[in-house]
Ligand binder design. Structure first.
Ligand code: DGY
Length: 327
């Protein structure tokens, strides 16, 4: 049986299915090559399926038989695609299946920050609700406000749809290219980043992590936002300058924020951002629901099996990989 590594998030049902064909070694927690059993598994592995493994040159040096890394995620900033391509190692991801799940999570963050849901939950549970509530406890409306979506890929579009149809919001967007269908379907207005930041009540960041998007929201961008703005990051932690977000929140340059992602994950419990009352945090869980974990794992397994069978995986990222690898 060929050896494969299953890493962190791969649903149990899918692992069981893979075990019928492959010798599957499962690593449930974050590992790296300093763990001898992980290192040994890498020596033999023909495939890796999982979430958030940093596939570096160093790791590839220890995996001479590796043919494919099947990410159980749409983002693939954890993979060094250039080196993988040089070595004819296929890289795949799971686009599409998670779109609605992530969009739901973003709307959840928008509502939670606007209506201060976690804060007020604590207020009630701590027994502080003793009198008629004063203005200081009130949140702000979501409906009929303006959302500015940075990154109009499929998740950005699913957010726009929810905002437009569900909450009667005006939709602004900034993207590398114009999306005429989004403009027609959700009455969205394409604008430059500066105009979006100045006008939006809710600024939603939904771009992949690329050299050109890294730290794209920093001090200058937060200063452009309204003092009443709510900022949401559902993309990658490295797309923003965390120190600038901290300063913007503490100096009340923006009203509130919610982030599902951090520059370093899991985040250090002493991180200054975690002390802020006007910030809601999540543990990078936007795509992770019970249903969607299965859907993503199934798609990732389909990619893995195709690659190991010598077929073209449906979601191959490095399509330039030499033809001799894929029949
Ligand atoms: C994704 O699919 O990219 C999610 O953020 C999980 O990493």
């Amino acid at each position: 049986m060929e050896k494969i590594i299953a890493y962190t998030r791969v649903s149990e049902a899918v692992r069981r299915k893979l075990q019928q064909t492959y010798d599957v070694e499962y690593f449930q927690n974050y590992e790296y090559i300093d763990n001898p059993s992980f290192r040994k598994a890498l020596q033999e592995a023909k495939g890796i399926i999982g979430l958030e493994l940093n596939v570096t040159k160093e790791l590839l040096d220890l995996a001479p038989n590796l043919q494919i890394v099947s990410n159980v995620s749409v983002g693939y900033d954890n993979l060094d695609i250039e080196v993988m391509t040089e070595r004819n190692v296929m890289a795949t991801n799971t686009p599409g299946v998670l779109t609605d799940t992530v969009a739901d999570a973003v709307l959840g963050m928008m509502l939670a920050t606007a209506r201060r849901i976690p804060e007020l939950d604590q207020f009630v549970k701590k027994g502080e609700w003793k009198e008629y509530l004063q203005l200081e406890h009130f949140g702000t409306d979501l409906h009929h406000k303006t959302v500015g979506i940075i990154g109009m890929g499929s998740i950005g579009q699913a957010i726009a749809k929810r905002c437009y149809f569900g909450f009667d919001m005006d939709v602004l967007y900034y993207n590398r290219s114009r999306k005429k269908a989004v403009e027609k379907d959700y009455n969205a207005t394409f604008c430059n980043l500066q105009d979006l930041l100045v006008q939006a009540d809710f600024v939603v960041l939904m771009v992949p992590l690329l050299p050109e998007t890294e730290r794209m929201i920093g001090e200058k961008e937060f200063k452009l936002m309204k003092e009443t703005a709510i900022f949401i990051n559902g993309s990658r932690g490295k797309n923003i300058d965390e120190k600038a977000l901290y300063n913007a929140l503490i100096n009340k340059e923006i009203l509130r924020a919610a982030i599902d992602v951090f520059e370093t994950e899991p985040v250090n419990p002493n991180h200054p951002l975690l002390k802020l009352e006007n910030l809601i945090t999540l543990p990078h869980i936007g795509a992770a629901t019970k249903e969607n974990e299965l859907a993503m794992s199934l798609l990732a397994a389909e990619n893995l099996i195709a690659g190991l069978n010598g077929d073209t995986p449906p979601n191959l990222i490095n399509k330039e990989i030499v033809r001799s690898v894929i029949q």
